[in-house]
Structures are given as structure tokens and as C-alpha cells.
Write a new protein. Structure first.
Length: 476
């Protein structure tokens, strides 16, 4: 769950069928070599409700391997027809090839006893000068037995015998497939590759071209390796999509935020993204990548399942304090890296399935080393000095105070009909203390929130160690 929007849920029946289908495909050992060769792999059912199989790599990259295999098969076919005839040897060619050449031996009550000599065309292990007349019996499954009589003079020319099939058309067809099996394999492999890989990719590229011409963020669009699967949410700063990378063999999902209003200073945006990418903390959803495409700047985050704190109904004081401790730890880590989040709010704090709190969306974070900042943030949560472009760790702790108030009171402390009315209420400190709004809130916690909501950053509590010490009293 990212940016406070719950992903769309598939029906249980569809999800169950999808999982069973993909599991069967993954476990079938007969399909594995084919998937490996043509570059297919399966995606988990969370990735998309429309595609079980995804082309892993462009067909052009598999073409050299395909050509190598096809050429090898054609060479094998050529070698299978190649004949090296030795002089003064007896050769008998049959159509089809491979008939058993035998010579009749002594006669018995059951007829002639046949002595197998060799498979056609030979050479037959007899010398031309041994006899003045030779008798051979030709046997091949599916064909009538043939008896031929030859003289030494007959061996001066090519001897070829066309056998008579017991079942016309069917038997010759089977032997034709046998004789040209390598050619058939080459043809089947080429056709299968075209149908399974080339044609779908050509259609996919044409579809992508149409989507790009529309210039809109639409599920199915592939933008710089990221394929949009479905929209997770939309806010004032941009839209968040669940995405994957078709070329990745792993079943990995990403949350990609597309910024709607640009980034301002491009160099500053790049630098801030690089700084945020280095943030690795258990309480922070990692920023992985960023870029630009179709006129949109985007930021890629790790996708973590869960729900945001604004979806939690009537949390207990103990839980809120426990989550806040984890947020303070993450903020303290980011501040030491000279990064300020600037948009701490319940919708940007993820509660994982294990009950841990993680900060989302460092997409509008600012670095303390930068001299110029815009007034990014969310009205009602951003500190008053953020409107002036001032950035400091105190801004995040102010937003944390508003977040704690909102979670326990069910509303923000400063409210108004518009942005300026909210800012005026913040400046006047016009709000009800938390303990008066919710009676089970300890006075010490209410006083902590008051200290975090000071309008002037110099008067505000911003020591993370002190904040953690005071929160710990109410989280146990």
C-alpha cells in the first residue's frame, strides 16, 4: 500500500484461478527449457490481472541463438543425406532409406532362413566377384517385403528400389517426417518463435506507440523499463502507480510516483534524489530510482504491502506512541544524512503487516545543504516556516506533532476554510489541547504534542532523543 490509497482488490475467484495457473506453469519442468530459451517468465498474480506471461527480453536478443540452432539443424539434415560411396562395394538404395538387407540362407520347412547383412544403402559385406547372381531380401516396417536378384553388371549403375507401402499415404508420410526431421524441427522452432515471441512483441510495441502518442499515464504503458499496472492513488503532488519491470526475471513490484507539476530546478532534483536514494533504514521505504519520460518526472520506491495510518480507525494511545517512536528514529536517521522529509502525515506513514511503521514518499524531501527550497508540503501538517521556503529538522517534528494529534483526536489541530486560514490558526496557536479532545490521553503526551506544535522553530521541541524518551513512557 503506497501513498495512503488501498490497491484495488481482485475477486477471490479470479485471484485463486490466477495463482493456480501461474503455479502450474512455474512447476511444469517441460515448459522451463522453452521459457528459458525464448525469454518468457511468469509474474505473480499481484503484478497484473491481465497477463500471466511476460516477454522477458526483446526478440532481437534471442535471434542469434535461434539462428545458431536453426543452422545447426539444417547442417544436421544435410549430413544425414550425405553419402560416401566406396569403390568396388555393393550399395542398394531403397525408397525410403533404411531397409534391412538380408540374403536367403538354407531352405527349411518354414521357408528360407534370412541372414541379415546391413541397413540400406550399405555397403553390403559381399564382394562382386563372389557370385554370378545375387539374391537380396529387403524388409522395412510398414512396407511389403521385396526380393531382388542382381548380377555383377547391375552394380555398375546406381541400384535403387522403391518399396511398396502397406498403407498408402500414411506410411510414406511417417517416413518422410523421419527423413526430414531436422528440417521440420528448424521450421517448427522458427514458426514457434515467431508466433510466441516476435508477433506478440510487434503488437506490444505498436500498442506502446499508440499509448505514447496519447501522452497519458495509462495501465499497460511501459516507460523507461517500468510498466504501469494500475493506479494506487493520486494526490496534489502527483499520481502513484503500481509497476513492474518486464525484463526482470524476479517477481518484483515498485511504487512509482509521477510528479504532475515538474521539479523546479532539475539539478537540485537530481541531487536530492541521489541523496534520498542513500537512505537505508528499517523505518523508511527505500527510494530506488528516478527519471523522466513523456514529460513526467517520476520517482521509484520499493513497494511494501500494508495500510497507511490514515486508514487506521481509533488507534490506541499506546499504538500511536509506538508508531511515533519508529517514525522519530527514521527521521533522526534522515536528518543526520541532512535530509528533511517535509510531508510527514498519516497518509505518508505505512503500517506493515508486522505492525511496523515506515515513512513513505521522500519524493519532495529537501537537503539541508541546498540554499533554495520551495514551499512543498500539505496544508494543516506543514510547519509555518515551510511557507517561507525554510527547511530544518524542526519542520518534520512539527508535522509529527500534527500527525499524533490527528491520530488520537480524529482531526488536525489547525483547521480552516482555506490554506491561509489554516496558516493564520497555526500562527495564533488556535487549537484545543489534545487532552481536552480525548480524555484518555495522558497529560505528559498532551504536553509533548504542544511542544511539537510551537509556531516558532526556535521554541519547538526538536531534540529526537528527548522526544523518544517522552514517547517511550506511553508506548509500554
Amino acid at each position: 500500500m503506497v501513498a495512503g490509497i488501498r490497491p484495488e482488490r481482485m475477486s477471490e475467484t479470479t485471484d485463486r484461478i490466477m495463482r493456480a495457473t501461474i503455479s502450474s506453469a512455474n512447476e511444469n519442468p517441460l515448459l522451463k527449457p522453452l521459457r528459458t530459451f525464448i525469454g518468457y517468465h511468469s509474474k505473480g498474480s499481484r503484478a497484473t490481472t491481465r497477463e500471466f506471461w511476460t516477454v522477458k527480453k526483446p526478440w532481437e536478443k534471442s535471434l542469434p541463438a535461434l539462428l545458431l540452432v536453426v543452422v545447426g539443424l539444417l547442417v544436421a539434415q544435410f549430413l544425414s543425406f550425405r553419402e560416401e560411396l566406396l569403390p568396388d562395394k555393393i550399395y542398394i538404395h531403397t525408397q525410403p532409406a533404411g531397409a534391412q538387407i538380408s540374403s536367403p540362407g538354407a531352405r527349411s520347412v518354414h521357408g528360407f532362413q534370412l541372414k541379415p547383412l546391413v541397413k540400406a544403402p550399405g555397403p553390403v559385406p559381399l564382394e562382386r566377384s563372389e557370385k554370378s547372381r545375387f539374391t537380396f531380401v529387403l524388409d522395412l516396417w510398414g512396407y511389403e517385403q521385396e526380393v531382388i536378384r542382381l548380377t555383377p553388371e547391375d552394380f555398375e549403375r546406381r541400384i535403387e528400389v522403391r518399396l511398396t507401402p502397406k498403407i498408402p499415404l500414411l506410411v510414406p508420410a511417417l517416413y518422410f517426417i523421419r527423413d526430414y526431421i531436422f528440417s521440420f524441427l528448424a521450421l517448427a522452432l522458427t514458426a514457434g518463435f515467431s508466433v510466441a515471441v516476435v508477433i506478440p512483441q510487434v503488437k506490444q510495441r505498436a500498442h506502446q506507440s499508440r499509448l505514447r502518442k496519447e501522452g497519458k499515464l495509462i495501465p499497460g504503458l511501459v516507460l523507461n523499463d517500468y510498466r504501469l499496472i494500475r493506479k494506487l492513488g493520486e494526490g496534489g503532488a502527483g499520481s502513484v502507480f503500481l509497476c513492474d519491470k518486464p525484463e526482470e526475471s524476479r517477481d518484483v513490484l515498485y511504487a512509482v510516483k509521477f510528479l504532475l507539476e515538474g521539479t523546479g530546478d532539475e539539478a537540485a532534483f537530481q541531487q536530492e534524489c541521489k541523496t534520498c536514494r542513500d537512505l537505508r533504514h528499517p523505518g523508511i521505504v527505500a527510494l530506488l530510482d528516478w527519471g523522466q519520460g513523456l514529460g513526467f518526472h517520476y520517482i521509484v520506491f520499493d513497494f511494501v504491502e500494508g495500510k497507511t495510518l490514515d486508514e487506521v480507525e481509533e488507534p490506541s494511545v499506546k499504538d500511536v506512541c509506538a508508531w511515533s517512536l519508529e517514525v522519530v528514529s527514521a527521521l533522526n536517521y534522515a536528518h543526520k544524512k541532512k535530509v528533511v522529509h517535509r510531508d510527514i502525515k498519516p497518509a505518508n506513514i505505512l503500517l506493515t503487516a508486522e505492525g511496523r511503521a515506515k515513512i513513505l514518499d521522500f519524493g519532495i524531501a529537501a537537503t539541508l545543504d541546498s540554499d533554495e527550497h520551495n514551499s512543498a508540503g500539505t496544508a494543516g501538517y506543514m510547519a509555518p516556516e515551510q511557507l517561507k521556503g525554510e527547511v530544518s529538522p524542526a519542520c518534520d517534528f512539527y508535522s509529527l506533532g500534527v500527525t499524533v494529534y490527528r491520530l488520537l483526536a480524529g482531526r488536525v489541530p489547525f483547521d480552516g476554510a482555506g490554506f491561509f486560514q489554516i496558516m493564520a490558526a497555526q500562527t495564533r496557536q488556535d487549537y484545543q489541547p489534545l487532552q481536552k479532545v480525548r480524555s484518555d490521553v495522558p497529560s505528559g503526551l498532551s504536553e509533548l504534542v504542544d511542544a511539537l506544535l510551537r509556531a516558532e522553530p526556535q521554541e519547538r521541541l526538536k531534540d529526537p532523543n528527548e522526544i523518544e524518551r517522552r514517547l517511550t513512557q506511553f508506548s509500554e
